[in-house]
Design a protein. Structure first.
Length: 101
């Protein structure tokens, strides 16, 4: 499993959870058939009509692991945009419980 830093996490104007990896690209992530897409150097979820942002965070992590064998992780360098404090805490906890880098 390769480790890849998440450089930025945000919810966009279309209400999609977006994750930008530091270096890796995942252009073919759609092949995982998990509702995750790649555009302009970031991953994004379907519009969050169903499922919570934390569920979509898990889904994006799983899709990258299944399709590419990469583990996405956050650090103190990860930038947060349009993410409230409670969601940030949930994402940080999920990231830590998912894998220790």
């Amino acid at each position: 499993m390769k480790n890849e830093l998440i450089s930025r996490i945000w919810v966009d104007k279309s209400n999609r959870l977006c994750i930008q990896p530091e270096k890796a690209t995942f252009e073919l992530i759609y092949r995982s058939a998990m509702g995750v897409q790649w555009e302009n150097n970031y991953l994004y979820s379907q519009i969050m009509r169903s499922g919570s942002p934390i569920e979509w965070f898990r889904q994006i992590l799983r899709a990258v692991e299944v399709e590419y064998g990469h583990y996405l992780y956050i650090t103190e360098k990860t930038e947060w945009e349009n993410i409230d404090v409670s969601l940030k805490g949930l994402i940080e906890a999920e990231s830590k419980s998912h894998h220790t880098v």
